[in-house]
Design a protein around this ligand. Structure first.
Ligand SMILES: Cc1cc2nc3c(=O)[nH]c(=O)nc-3n(C[C@H](O)[C@H](O)[C@H](O)COP(=O)(O)OP(=O)(O)OC[C@H]3O[C@@H](n4cnc5c(N)ncnc54)[C@H](O)[C@@H]3O)c2cc1C
Length: 221
C-alpha cells in the first residue's frame, strides 16, 4: 500500500529518527488506530508553559475533533488557533526480553500536528457532537436521548484539526535481544494487553424498567 496519501504529507516534523520502519503515514492505518481509541492527549504551550491534557475525541473523514466547556482553560487556549500536538496511544502488550535494556512494549500510536479551528455554526456542531457519543458507544445517539439543546451547543466549544500532518508508529512482535542473550535461561516473550469491558450496571435511579440495549450488552471497542 502507498504509505502516503494526498492529504497527509510526511514532513520534517513527522519523520521518525529511530526505527523509521515502524512509521506509517497512510490513511487506513492512521484512521484505524484513531477509531479504536477512546482518548487523546493534547499538548500545547500556554503562556510559555507546556500543557498536556487528556480528553475525548472523534474523527470524521479527514478531521479530528475535540470538545469541551467554553470556559475550560484548555479549550479557550486551543480555540484561539494555537499549535497543538495531539497523541493517541493503544497499548497492545508488554515485551519481556532477556536483558532489562531490551524490554519493550507493543503499541500503536498516532501523533497529530495542527492548529485548531473553532466550529461556530450550530447546524455543523450538532451532528459532530452526536458523533462524539457514537464514537464511544456506537448507536447511542439514536436511542431516544434528550436532544442536544441550543444552550448545550452554546456551552460546548468544538475544535477541529485537519489530519494533514500525522504520523503513526507501530511495534509488534517478540523482543529483539542481542544474539548472545538467547543463551540465557530466562523466560522471554509477550504479555498481551487486551481491553475488556465489564457487564453493564443499571443506574438505580432509573424510573421505568428498561431493557439493556443490545449495543450495550455486546459492547466492545
Ligand atoms: C507506549 C509507548 C512506549 C514507548 N516507550 C519508549 C521508551 O521507553 N523509550 C523510547 O526511546 N521510546 C519509546 N517509545 C517510542 C517513542 O514514542 C518514540 O517513537 C521514540 O522515543 C523515538 O522517536 P524518534 O527519535 O524516532 O522520533 P522523534 O524525533 O522523537 O519524533 C519525530 C517525529 O516522529 C513521529 N513520532 C515519534 N514517535 C512517535 C510515536 N510513538 N507515534 C507516532 N509518531 C511518532 C512524530 O511525528 C514526531 O514528531 C514508546 C512509544 C509508545 C507508544
Amino acid at each position: 500500500m502507498n504509505k502516503h496519501n494526498s492529504q497527509n504529507k510526511k514532513t520534517k516534523r513527522t519523520t521518525l529518527n529511530r526505527l523509521p520502519q515502524r512509521g506509517h503515514y497512510d490513511q487506513e492505518t492512521l484512521y484505524s488506530i484513531l477509531d479504536s481509541a477512546l482518548i487523546c492527549n493534547v499538548a500545547y504551550v500556554h503562556e510559555s508553559e507546556p500543557r498536556a491534557i487528556p480528553t475525548a475525541f472523534v474523527r470524521i473523514e479527514n478531521e479530528f475533533f475535540i470538545h469541551g466547556s467554553r470556559v475550560a482553560g484548555n479549550i479557550k487556549a486551543l480555540a484561539s488557533g494555537i499549535m497543538a500536538c495531539i497523541s493517541v496511544t493503544r497499548l497492545d502488550g508488554l515485551v519481556l526480553a532477556r536483558s532489562g535494556f531490551n524490554h519493550s512494549m507493543n503499541y500503536r500510536s498516532v501523533i497529530i500536528y495542527g492548529s485548531g479551528t473553532k466550529v461556530d455554526s450550530n447546524e455543523e456542531k450538532l451532528p459532530i457532537l452526536n458523533a462524539f457519543i457514537d464514537h464511544l458507544i456506537p448507536g447511542r445517539s439514536d436511542d431516544g436521548l434528550k436532544p442536544i439543546s441550543k444552550q448545550n451547543l452554546i456551552d460546548t466549544t468544538l475544535i477541529k484539526y485537519p489530519l494533514n500532518e500525522v504520523s503513526a508508529k507501530i511495534r509488534t512482535g517478540h523482543p529483539n535481544d542481542e544474539n548472545d542473550d538467547y543463551n540465557l535461561p530466562v523466560w522471554a516473550g509477550i504479555i498481551p494487553i487486551l481491553r475488556q469491558f465489564g457487564d453493564p450496571i443499571t443506574d438505580p435511579k432509573m424510573r421505568f424498567p428498561t431493557a439493556v440495549p443490545d449495543y450495550v450488552k455486546t459492547y466492545q471497542k
